[in-house]
Design a binder for this molecule. Structure first.
Ligand code: SF4
Ligand SMILES: [Zn+2]
Length: 360
């Protein structure tokens, strides 16, 4: 895999910040209950063809190899804070999954609608060092046995998508729609490598996508809205270009993730220095509106369910909570319905002018 980095100073800073946070995580680790997941929840979600419900489980693992390694991980990602780094074994992961799954099973089985299950581990589900094969197989089997679950979503960096792993998924889940989320972040290699420190190129993503297609496994591309060092307008332009390209290659799903300021990251460091502001909600609506007018996204599901939305650390407009709520509602209505007309409603707030000045 090619890795280019023209800005070693940024990478050096990321590495230094990451080492500090890893030390803190290791001190905190003995307090973690390794037999319970970090979080799990159920809520309405957009399935491929209709509105259904999701069960999302966040498992605690040793953490993302890319973040733990010499490269220090991605500039906006603080998931390592949820990791345990040492001593998470296969049985712990099975117990975590069981805890959430058993708690939700009645709800899933008694529902007349369809369900999607998302297993996130703040890293790569298909990385054996993070998610042991026995734990993966256990999860596949449980999901396969549950009739109402129609879709199964995991996340992985492209380097872990190989024939062996995909054979395994297909063997255990022949009758479910499986989708792998890949943090592409942007189609622009320069931004991804230098500002996000992602360490892979668009070609690597494309190869992973082709491999998934061989197995009839769907791919969801995550797009990072407003990476560090981009202005508000540049962020809109970058995301529009990415959506356009991904629609052209007929990606299965696109999930737009506005940056939220996570602890122990380069982005947080810049934010503390007033060198970074999370994106405005207006920008997301503009970007979606301008990218999706042509109705060419009929075969692609477009998702946006921002974390920390409406807070100082997340995507937000002004301090007026109604302004944030109303604008976020536009996005969630669109995500659930996939109807672009939802994006045309524009609630009025005094901050719109300030926002427009920001774009100049
Ligand atoms: S964004 Fe993904 S690849 Fe990057 S450090 Fe976080 S978990 Fe690892
Ligand atoms: Zn406002």
């Amino acid at each position: 895999m090619n890795q280019i980095n023209k800005q070693p100073i940024i990478q050096e800073k990321i590495r230094k910040i990451r080492q500090d946070i890893i030390k803190k995580v290791k001190i905190r680790s003995p307090n973690n209950d390794l037999n319970k997941p970090v979080y799990f929840w159920t809520k309405p979600d957009r399935l491929l063809n209709e509105v259904g419900n999701e069960l999302t489980i966040i498992l605690r693992t040793r953490g993302c190899e890319w973040a733990l390694g010499d490269n220090g991980g991605c500039s906006m990602c603080g998931y390592i804070s949820d990791a345990n780094i040492d001593h998470v074994n296969s049985q712990n992961i099975i117990n975590q999954f069981d805890f959430a799954f058993k708690n939700s099973l009645d709800k899933i089985q008694s529902d007349t609608g369809q369900w999607i299950i998302k297993i996130f581990n703040s890293g790569s589900f298909l990385d054996d060092t993070e998610m042991p094969k026995t734990a993966r197989e256990y999860i596949y089997k449980k999901v396969a046995q549950t009739k109402n679950i129609k879709e199964f979503v995991i996340e992985s960096r492209p380097e872990y998508l190989n024939h062996e792993n995909l054979d395994e998924v297909k063997k255990f889940l022949p009758n479910k729609y499986v989708e792998v989320g890949i943090g592409l972040e942007t189609v622009n290699d320069y931004i991804r490598i230098n500002y996000i420190n992602k360490g892979f190129k668009f070609n690597d993503f494309q190869e992973a996508l082709n491999l998934c297609r061989e197995y009839k496994i769907g791919v969801k591309a995550y797009l990072l809205f407003k990476p560090p060092f981009l202005s508000e307008q540049a962020a809109i332009d970058d995301c529009k270009k990415s959506i356009k390209k991904l629609l052209e290659i007929k990606i299965n799903s696109i999930s737009i993730n506005p940056v939220n300021i996570q602890k122990g990251t380069l982005v947080e460091y810049l934010w503390f220095q007033n060198r970074y502001r999370p994106p405005w909600i207006y920008s997301i609506i503009t970007c979606l509106n301008e990218s999706l007018q042509e109705k060419e996204f009929k075969t692609t599901r477009i998702l946006c369910d921002p974390s920390g939305a409406g807070t100082n650390r997340g995507v937000h407009n002004c301090l007026n909570s109604d302004c944030n709520k109303q604008n976020l509602k536009i996005i969630s209505n669109f995500t659930l319905s996939q109807d672009v007309n939802e994006l045309n409603y524009s609630p009025q707030c005094f901050c719109k002018k300030q926002y427009e000045l920001n774009l100049l």
